[in-house]
Design a protein around this ligand. Structure first.
Ligand SMILES: C[S@@+](CC[C@H](N)C(=O)[O-])C[C@H]1O[C@@H](n2cnc3c(N)ncnc32)[C@H](O)[C@@H]1O
Length: 223
C-alpha cells in the first residue's frame, strides 16, 4: 500500500461506509463470501484489513455471542469506526488489533488476541477488498495463514476487471480501484487457490468481484 492510499484511509475513515458503493456494488461480494464460508456458532474469525467492520454484522449473525471476531487493520481511524460499530451494537466479542498485515509478527498478534480474551488461532480467516491494497499482498496472505488453525475456513474477496458483457465497465472498475488504492491486477485469490483444498469460486457484478473459499490443509510448511 502506498503512503497516499494509507492516508486515504486516515482522512476518509468517517465517510468510508457512505462512499464505498456498498449497496449498489460491493455488498454483493461480501454476502456471497460470508455465505460460502462454513462459519459456526462459537467460532473465532479473523478479518484481515477489516476497515470499519462492514463484515461484522454478517459474521456476528453466524458466530453468535460465544464466538469472537478479530479485526486487524493498520489504520487507527478505520479501527475507530469499527470500534464505534461494535459499541453501537453492543458486540463485546470484537477484538481490534492495529497492525500492518504485511510486516506484523503473528506470534505477537496472537498474544494480543489472547490477552484480549480471544484464542490464539482462529478457525476462520478472511480478507475482503483488502489484500489488493497491501504491498506485498503475499506477505499478508502468509500472515493470515499463520493466524489460523489447520483445517481453518479461509476466504478472499477481491476485485478484477469485469469480464464478458460487463467488460466495457472496465474503466469504471479501474477508476474505483485506483480511488481506493487497490491494484486491480493483483488477483490475490490465486494464493488461496494454490494453498487450500476444497476451493470454491464465485463471482458477482460481471466478474468484477471474485470470491474464493477453501480449507487450510494440515501439513503445508508454516501451517
Ligand atoms: C478497501 S478497505 C476494505 C475494508 C473492509 N475489509 C471491507 O470489506 O470494507 C481496505 C482496508 O485495508 C486496510 N489496509 C491496507 N493496507 C493494509 C496493511 N498493510 N495492513 C493492514 N491493513 C491494511 C486499510 O486501512 C483499509 O481499512
Amino acid at each position: 500500500m502506498t503512503r497516499n492510499s494509507a492516508e486515504k484511509y486516515t482522512a476518509f475513515a468517517p465517510f468510508y461506509d457512505l462512499l464505498s458503493a456498498e449497496h449498489p456494488v460491493y455488498g454483493a461480494g461480501r454476502r456471497r463470501l460470508i455465505e460460502s464460508l462454513a462459519v459456526r456458532a462459537g467460532d473465532q474469525v479473523v478479518d484481515l484489513g477489516c476497515g470499519t467492520g462492514l463484515n461484522f454484522a454478517l459474521l456476528q449473525h453466524r458466530v453468535g455471542p460465544g464466538g469472537v471476531i478479530v479485526g486487524i487493520d493498520r489504520s487507527a481511524q478505520m479501527l475507530a469506526q469499527a470500534r464505534r460499530r461494535a459499541g453501537r451494537h453492543g458486540w463485546d466479542n470484537v477484538i481490534l488489533v492495529r497492525a500492518d498485515a504485511t510486516t506484523m509478527i503473528t506470534s505477537e498478534v496472537s498474544e494480543q488476541i489472547t490477552d484480549a480474551g480471544g484464542r490464539g488461532l482462529s478457525r476462520v480467516g478472511l480478507a475482503t477488498y483488502a489484500l489488493s491494497l497491501m504491498d506485498p499482498w503475499e506477505r499478508a496472505w502468509e500472515n493470515l495463514w499463520q493466524l489460523t488453525r489447520s483445517d481453518a475456513q479461509l476466504g478472499v474477496l477481491d476485485m478484477q476487471r469485469p469480464t464478458g458483457l460487463s467488460a466495457p465497465l472496465s474503466p469504471l472498475a479501474r477508476f474505483a480501484c485506483r480511488l481506493g488504492g487497490a491494484d486491480i491486477e493483483a488477483h490475490p485469490w490465486t494464493a488461496l487457490e494454490r494453498d487450500c483444498t476444497q476451493v470454491r469460486a464465485a463471482s458477482a457484478r460481471g466478474g468484477h468481484l471474485q470470491v474464493r473459499v477453501g480449507v487450510k490443509p494440515s501439513g503445508r510448511p508454516g501451517s
